[in-house]
Structures are given as C-alpha cells and as structure tokens.
Design a protein around this ligand. Structure first.
Ligand SMILES: NC(=O)c1ccc[n+]([C@@H]2O[C@H](COP(=O)([O-])OP(=O)(O)OC[C@H]3O[C@@H](n4cnc5c(N)ncnc54)[C@H](O)[C@@H]3O)[C@@H](O)[C@H]2O)c1
Length: 419
C-alpha cells in the first residue's frame, strides 16, 4: 500500500516538493490532503493530485481538527507560521514531518519543537537542502576522509544575486524581520548549517557586522517614485526597475524572474497583463529605495569552533552571480568551490577537479535528493539519520545566526554560543 503525505502551504516550495513526489515516487507515495489559506491554490493544485474536497483545508486549525490524516506531513508555509503549525502537527501526532527552513527566529520556540519531537518520538526534518546535493556531500566526504588534514578555516560567500536580493529581501516576503526573520537567518541558515556540518565541532563564539547599506530612501535617485510603473523618472538607469526585471529582461535573469511570476500574481499561470497589474499595485512593483524593508543587505559573520578552526561567512546582496563560493583550508590541502566547480589541491601533490555528479549541483538537486531521502525514511527503507537535517542537527545553525544578529546589533562584539 502507498504511504500518504499531506502538505500545508502550496506555494513555490510546497508545489515543487509535490511535483518531485509525483514525478519520481508516485508508485510508493500518494498526496492525500492539502491545506492553504488561498482557495485558488487548492483549486489549482488539488485536481492534479486527485485530492478530494473533503481533504482540502483553508486553514491549519481545520486540517489538524481531523487528527492524523497521513503517514507524513510537509510544512511549506511562510517563516512566521512554522512554529505554530509544527507544534500543532507534533501535538496532533504526526511522526514524520518535513519543515521548511527557518524553523523559527526565537530560540525558545525551536528548542520547544526539538523537545516536543523527541518526547513524541517524531522525526522532524528541516529543509536544509544543500546538504543533500552531490556537491556539498562530496565536500563533506573529502573533509571527513582526512585528505586535506585538519580543518583550519572556511571562507564561504553567499552571492544572493542583486535581482534575487531585491525580489525577496527588499520587495518580497523576507523584507521585514518583524514578519519574517533577519536576512542572515532567512537566507544564510543553509550556509551556516553547511559550515557547522563541515566543522563537526561545537561553535564557541560568533561576531558579525552588517547593515542595510543601500536599499533605503537616502539612496533613492532623483525622480524616484513609490512604484516603478507609477511615473518613476529614474527607470532607465535603475537596475532594479521592476518593469525591466519582470517583463522586459530577455537574458539569464529571466529564468529566475519567470519562476517568480507565480509569487507576483498568485496565479499558477500568468499572462503579461497579470504581471503588469501585479507590478502596478503589488509589492514587487515598489521602488527598492522607498519601501518598508528593514533587513540587512550585507553581512559578515566570523565563527570560532572548538576544534581550533574558524569560519567567515559573507552574505552579499550585490552580485551579478547567484551562486556560492567557498574556500576550505586544511593542514594538508584545500578545496576551492566556485558555483558548481570544485577543485581539490593537496599541498605538494596534485590539483584535481572533483566530479560532483551528472546533474548540475545545487539547490534543485538538493531538493530532489532531500525528497528522495524523505521517501526512503517514510517507506521504512532506512533508519540511518547520519547527515539527515533533523531538528537536533540543525538547531546549531539557528543558534549561530541569532548570535550573529546579536553581535551585529552590538557593533560586532563577540557573542558566546549557548551550551
Ligand atoms: N529550503 C530552501 O532552500 C528554501 C527556499 C526558498 C524558500 N524557503 C522557505 O520555504 C517556505 C515557503 O516559501 P515559498 O517561497 O514556497 O512561499 P510561498 O509564499 O510561495 O508559499 C507559501 C504558501 O503557504 C500558504 N500559507 C501561508 N500561511 C499559511 C497557513 N497559516 N496555513 C496554510 N497555508 C498557509 C500561502 O498561501 C502560500 O501558498 C518559507 O519559509 C521560505 O523561507 C526555503
């Protein structure tokens, strides 16, 4: 008999995971219940998975009132709702839960969820998807094999991409830390999770500097208007012009932006006129300098670990690239990662380009492999939790991010990590 999965949150992430379940695991797994605040999302998505009306819910309370409806639950709502919904899921009795990152921006809350999962014998997995990619698995493998000796330092840069940063952290859902999280947690809990995983030692101290350097009214060009399509006179020279980015840009950014059209319009399939309407009246058409955003657009975090090694993470919202770079230094060699290119240099030995699989490494591959691992656990094919991003394994990433934010607000003063 097929295992069953319910999904709460039918946006970009939820529908991607559902798509993978259907495309690659439908012989073993069926989606049986759906929940989203938007009726439109239920109407669009439920028929594709043959989910009956009785198993479609417009709010999490109604969903949980039915008791446990499936063998596993995927929670892919926005950040601020993760804590409440996951708590309800654990209290209702779900034993296998996949929760999108970040868990919560409040330590007490994510520790409570961790403890609740332990008490209820539930497995709560956080979608730190990058760990699952061949690329990062390979890095972990090389470090663990001792080829580069003992770790000395990690220098890791998350190039968010200037258009991606503007989309998500200036105009979009993650622009306001009161309704989302500080950007170092919202965007970089992945990166911090990777660093802590590679280090495999407790983090002792963190310090951080950063700011909202550019996306504020002091930098609005002459002639700027509250919306790009509302009479802005600086459009032609502004790389953030929403009309240019979302409608006219024919180049590589278009792929990212097209994918995000659903976010702009709320529609699964949108036409040019829907996008235009969304840009005239919605968040994504607003001037990046005159908006209500408050999260940092640049931040450095330094971390010291008990094994004597240290790490630096840079979150960079001003890059034409939209990929990560890393330099991992050991006593006997180093690894240099640039996008999906990985090179191993052994001191006094050879340099070698490391193959990381046939599919381009990165986010999507991580997503695919996360879901494959989730299905294996769901179907009882494995109980091995080594390298699985359980809440126990990922609390440290949130602790480091929150310590970084505290340090930043204290002018970069070192902050000791809680035990
Ligand atoms: N793992 C990753 O790499 C990664 C990447 C991007 C986003 N995320 C995280 O995934 C989550 C979802 O992001 P997204 O881009 O899919 O967002 P989204 O806005 O596209 O989708 C969220 C969906 O949840 C629904 N929703 C919101 N609150 C709800 C509630 N209380 N009950 C039921 N439905 C509710 C919304 O209507 C929407 O359809 C966020 O927490 C985000 O930070 C993770």
């Amino acid at each position: 008999m097929k295992k069953t999965v319910s999904v709460i949150g039918l946006g970009n992430r939820g529908t991607e995971y559902m798509g993978f379940l259907k495309a690659f695991h439908s012989s073993r797994v069926a989606i049986c219940a759906l929940c989203d605040l938007r009726q439109q999302a239920l109407d669009d998505i439920a028929p594709k998975y043959a989910v009956p009306k009785a198993r479609q819910f417009l709010c999490a309370e109604d969903f949980f009132a039915q008791g446990v409806l499936s063998d596993a639950l995927i929670i892919t709502t926005q950040d601020a709702s993760h804590y409440e919904i996951t708590k309800q899921a654990l209290l209702t009795g779900y034993k296998l839960i996949l929760l999108e990152k970040p868990i919560s921006g409040v330590r007490q809350e994510y520790l409570e969820l961790r403890d609740l999962a332990r008490e209820n014998g539930a497995l709560l997995i956080i979608c730190h998807v990058l760990r699952y990619s061949n690329y990062y698995s390979k890095i972990k493998q090389i470090i663990s094999s001792g080829q580069i000796g003992d770790l000395v330092s990690i220098n890791h840069t998350e190039n968010v991409g200037y258009f991606h940063f503007a989309h998500s952290f200036v105009r979009g859902n993650w622009r306001d830390e009161r309704t989302s999280m500080p950007s170092i947690l919202a965007k970089c809990c992945h990166d911090i999770d990777l660093i802590a995983w590679f280090m495999d030692a407790p983090c002792e101290s963190v310090s951080s500097v950063g700011s909202l350097r550019y996306f504020c009214k002091e930098h609005a060009p002459d002639g700027a208007a509250p919306t790009c399509m509302g009479g802005c006179k600086a459009k032609k020279s502004c790389p953030y012009d929403a009309e240019q980015l979302y409608i006219k840009d024919p180049f590589y950014k278009a792929k990212f932006i097209k994918y995000m059209r659903r976010t702009l319009t709320g529609k699964t399939r949108s036409r040019k006129r829907d996008v235009e309407a969304a840009l005239r009246t919605g968040d994504y058409g607003k001037c990046v300098f005159l908006n209500d955003n408050n999260v940092c657009d640049n931040q450095f975090v330094t971390m010291t670990f008990r094994n004597g090694a240290s790490a630096v993470l840079q979150m960079n919202g001003f890059s034409d690239k939209m990929f990560r770079e890393c330099h991992i230094v050991g006593t006997k060699g180093e690894l240099v990662g640039y996008g999906n290119k990985l090179t191993l240099h052994i001191f006094g030995g050879k340099s070698e380009r490391i193959r990381t699989g046939f599919i381009p490494s990165g986010h999507v591959e991580g997503d695919l492999r996360l879901i494959a691992g989730f299905v294996r656990l769901l179907c009882g094919e494995t109980t091995d939790l080594t390298d699985v991003t359980t809440i126990d394994a990922t609390v440290i990433s949130h602790d480091i991010a929150l310590a970084a934010e505290e340090s930043r607000k204290r002018g970069g003063a070192p902050v000791a990590l809680p035990d």
